[in-house]
Every structure is written in C-alpha cells, then in structure tokens.
Design a binder for this molecule. Sequence first.
Ligand SMILES: CC(=O)N[C@H]1[C@@H](OP(=O)(O)OP(=O)(O)OC[C@H]2O[C@@H](n3ccc(=O)[nH]c3=O)[C@H](O)[C@@H]2O)O[C@H](CO)[C@@H](O)[C@@H]1O
Length: 362
Amino acid sequence: MGNYRFIISGGGTGGHIYPAISIADELKRRYPNAEFLFVGAKDRMEMEKVPQAGYKIEGLWITGIQRKLTLKNMMFPFKLISSLIKASKIVTKFKPHAVVGTGGFASGPLLKVASGRGIPCVLQEQNSFAGITNKLLKDKVAKICVAYDGMERFFPSDKIVKTGNPVRSDLISINEDKNEALRFFGLETGRKTLLVLGGSLGSKRINALIAENLEFFKSLGLQVLWQCGKGYIETYKPLNSDTVKVHAFFNDMAKTYAAADFIISRSGAGAVSELCLVGKPTIFIPSPVVAEDHQTKNAQALVAEDAAIMIKESNLDEDFKTRFQSVFESRELQENLAKNIKALALPNATKDICDEIEKLLN
Ligand SMILES: CC(=O)N[C@H]1[C@@H](OP(=O)(O)OP(=O)(O)OC[C@H]2O[C@@H](n3ccc(=O)[nH]c3=O)[C@H](O)[C@@H]2O)O[C@H](CO)[C@@H](O)[C@@H]1O
C-alpha cells in the first residue's frame, strides 16, 4: 500500500521551491514507498536545490511573460508549446496519482496537462496576492491551500483551504545549539549577532545598506552574518572579516537562525512564515518591486500585532539607524517582538496541506 506517485511542480525562487520540498518530505514520511518527481524551469535555482534535497527533477523550457516586447517575449509561444509537449511526456511516463503546484512558471504547463487528464491537482499559494500561474490554474485544480484570509478575491471559495505556508521540518522547532552554530560560521560565541537575509536571490538594496552600516554595527559590538545572494557574492566577499561573514546563500537555515540575536530580512512569504517560528526580534525591509506590493502587506500583518518592525526602502536613509538602535537598546522591546512574532506561527501547515492531498487519493 502507499505506492503512490506524486509530481510536485514549482520554482523560480526559493519562495516556491521550499514549500514544494516540505510537502514532498511530509508525503514521503506518510508513504515511504511513494515515488516523487519534481518539475521546474530549466536554469532556475530549483535545478540545484531540489537534487540537494534528495529528489529527482525535470526542467521545462519556460519563463514568464514580460510586459515589454522583447526577444525573450517573442520566444514565449515556442517555450510554452515546448513545455506543454514535455509536460505531457512526463505525465504519460510517470503516471502520477496526484500533482501539487506551488507557483512559478513551470507549474503552469505541468498542472494544465495533468488536470486535463483528470489527475487530482492541488495548488499552494504562499502570498496574500495570488501569483499569475496559480490564477490561471484555479479552475482546473481540486483544492487551493492558502496562507492568508480574503483569497476569495482570486480563487473559487469552495476550493480554498487556509493552511498557512509549509516550512521545512527542521525549522519547525529548531534544535541547533547557538554556540555551535556561531562556531560553525566562524563567529565569536560571546558576541551578539545580526543575521541579514535578502530573500532567496539576495537584495541589492539591503546589501548596500549593510555595507554602509558595517562601522555602525561594529560600534554597537555586533557581529554580522550576511546572506548577500548568489549574484552579489563577488562584490561583497571582500568585506569578510572576523566579525563579518558574507555568504551567497545558507544551505542550513536551522543553524543560520540559531546563530542570530537580531534579524533583518526581506518579507517574502516563506521568510515571514519561518521567522514566526524562529521568534527573534526582526526588522523587515519589504521588496517594493513585487506584485501588488505584497511583501509590504506580509510585513504589515506582523507590525499590526507588534510582532516585527518594518522599514520601507524609501525611508532607510533617514530612519534605519535610529530604528535599529531603538530595538538594539531595549530589552523589553526585543522580548515583546520575540513573543508576539512567535504567537503568529502556523506550524501545522505542511500536515494540513498533505491531509488535503490525501483526501484526493481516496
Ligand atoms: C523578489 C521576489 O519575487 N520575492 C518573492 C519570492 O521570495 P523568496 O524567493 O525570497 O522567498 P521567501 O521569502 O518566500 O522564502 C525564501 C526561502 O529561501 C530560504 N533561504 C533564504 C536565504 C538563504 O540563504 N537560504 C535559504 O534557504 C528561506 O529559508 C526561505 O525558505 O517568493 C515569495 C513566496 O512566493 C514571495 O513572497 C516573494 O515576494
């Protein structure tokens, strides 16, 4: 029993990939004999991260469509046809019992083909503003697992289930020892540590802010553990020192979170869900260039509960130092932020999503 075959499709950024891996891990826990196949987009980060997590992946030749008339855009119809053909071959060969889409362009052709053949499909939408691929698929799927209220604006209400966002199981309750984590990163155990996260691809503006403020952090006695993003590592690597550790990307987020006393982060949906579980004083700097400004909304939801601080990019020059210092200097504020953010965690999201998938198997 339980020899199920699952296709999980999503990617482009970590925000779509890690939920996909979490769901696969939980399904594997429930059905140890199940087979899994991931389908992502060629050349995107899932082609590296999914095999690292121990799963097979196939890549489709697909990108998003842009508003401008560019060569890339003119190629779109060809990419779409090629992806539909490849998705069709994949589904025919693998014969999945269920398909899960976590957003990102590759999940479009794959779920369109699978749903067209009557295979039960589930979508997982991480944000408070639905992504374009999930909106296109909404009528074809059986269930849509969401993390925010009010998603009836985008999806049929009878298909919506509010589960929260999947978080990798090692981040649900972090067991890493703080001092060991600090030593792992080459940092001092007696010193307070600021963790900087720029989202899965890194953030140009946050990197510039941190580089500008290294002296300021030093004056506060802080050491800095800094994820700058794969595309920025050559620029910021020279800033490495005894008290500043620059990384392109952290593969072990449990250790990374364990090392931190203070966190500065983008407010992508995944980062927010994880930081609620982590429960440490956090300053969000939302990306202003995402659809419907959804990172600001993600962060605002926490600010409204006194669970985090948010500084908009446009106010960084003026406000950053004073607002950072106000958190740094007040033990009471730190304790309140930590307590309030933790209260917003939804640790059962992955289980609840897998319950929905299970219902469709029977
Ligand atoms: C610029 C952009 O389009 N951002 C979107 C993208 O964010 P992004 O791809 O940054 O994703 P999230 O913030 O949702 O999640 C980031 C994930 O990457 C992991 N991580 C991050 C840094 C690191 O060094 N190591 C590591 O493993 C985090 O632990 C987390 O699991 O998808 C999110 C979810 O759809 C959206 O809300 C964001 O608006």
